[in-house]
Design a protein around this ligand. Sequence first.
Ligand SMILES: [Zn+2]
Length: 502
Amino acid sequence: MMQPFRIVLASMLLWCAVVCRVQGGALVQPKILEPAEGVFAKGKRSQILVGANLQKTAPQVVSALKPLIAWLGGAKKATPPQSLPDTPYLLVGLTTDHTALQQLRDGWNTKLPMNGLGEEGYLLDITPQHIHLTAERPAGVLYGILYLLSQLESKAYEVGIPAVKLADWATLRWRGMHLLVNGRQDIPALEQLIKEYLPQLRFNQLILEINYNFEYKSHPEIAVQNALTLDDCRHLNAIAKQSFIRIIPMINCLGHQSWAETTYSLLTHHPEFDETPNYPKDNKGIYCRSWCPSHPDLNPILFALFDELIDAFHADAFHVGMDEVFILGKCSRCKGKHNADLFAKAVKEYHQHLVGKRKVEMYLWGDRLLDGIGMKLGEWEASTNDTAPAIDKIPKDIVLCDWHYETPDDFPSLAYLQSKGFRVIPSTWNQIENVKRFTSLALKHQGAKLPGYLATTWASVASVVSRLQGIPQPSIGSGERKKETDLGGAIRLGAKMAWEGR
Ligand SMILES: [Zn+2]
């Protein structure tokens, strides 16, 4: 009488140990997890059965099974027969691949959300006899495999995998990372992120801030040395697709045309577009230079750059940046105009080209649309230079990336930007407390107007990789402003919260 109970208890303890480790390690915890009796033993030379539809539509997902197959004793893969074997086996496929998988899906019907498993959800049924893993779409199968692999690293699995039934799906459908690309030297780290880390984090969006680091054919003078080539972009896009990641290219427009003493190539090659040509050449005393939003010759050049990046990545979205624009309304063309009008004019013109002509989705940093004084926010994360009224002058289909890196009690921008009719993506950086509070509050607002979560990084791509590998970074600032930061931990936590929804 006690035997089954003891086995269930042992299984529950084992799963608890694993889940506790997962929480500590910031890996995801499935939405539903029901421990069952027994263990699927390791290294049984189990049969490996892979659905034909999965093999056909996503061979890269099948390749991801490799370590799992080794763990199972290294049997060969086969297409599942109608009648499943009596000996232990692993069956992986889309729900359309086998009646057993369809039955597994049907059995969960009442417990899944209204729209089912979605693009990325998956189901696992583990008994001492079999492992069934299925999903509606290949991305879901990949996440299921990665979940199993992450668990296999646990010591708890030295003997085998405890029996369990589990279902998991994404809470926020848009989960992304923003990266600054400095040139071709970033490609190896980008490959590693796209192939390895972003799928593990279950990120499905990657904003690549390219700026002038692309070999532009329309305006080769603007491209910097060692810039990405067309082939590089095509390659990155191809591997991103294999990892179910959408690349959104970005050029930071209007402001941020210099950093410290360096003025960027658009203004060095076209000084006629500089909003403040009389400011010191070494940028002393200013944060960043801006281009002039009223210059009649700028947009044709800019739109040619947009077009090249959209085509290079076959992109269906584009991020125009436009954060922290401090210099505005200074030149003879702009003087006397309201800053909100100048800002809105630029946004509308870029929108007309991107959304109107190119039919891509447009993304924008949200800070210039927030009233820094009214919301008690700093002049970086919100505007104190009268651009905020632009919010009522720009198209509502623009997606706003609402970034805040401090940890106040509340983040009023989340509700405010949505109330204005925009979709909002809360965007965090390297502070664990900020990620916790901002993302928790964002999750309370989840819905059609809050589709996702963005991790910004503000470090070289290689450095982002090393931080995700757990190599600590030095603290930022000095004296009272010195802050302990944990970029890797913050990214992992944000990714976990965006998926889990808690
Ligand atoms: Zn101007």
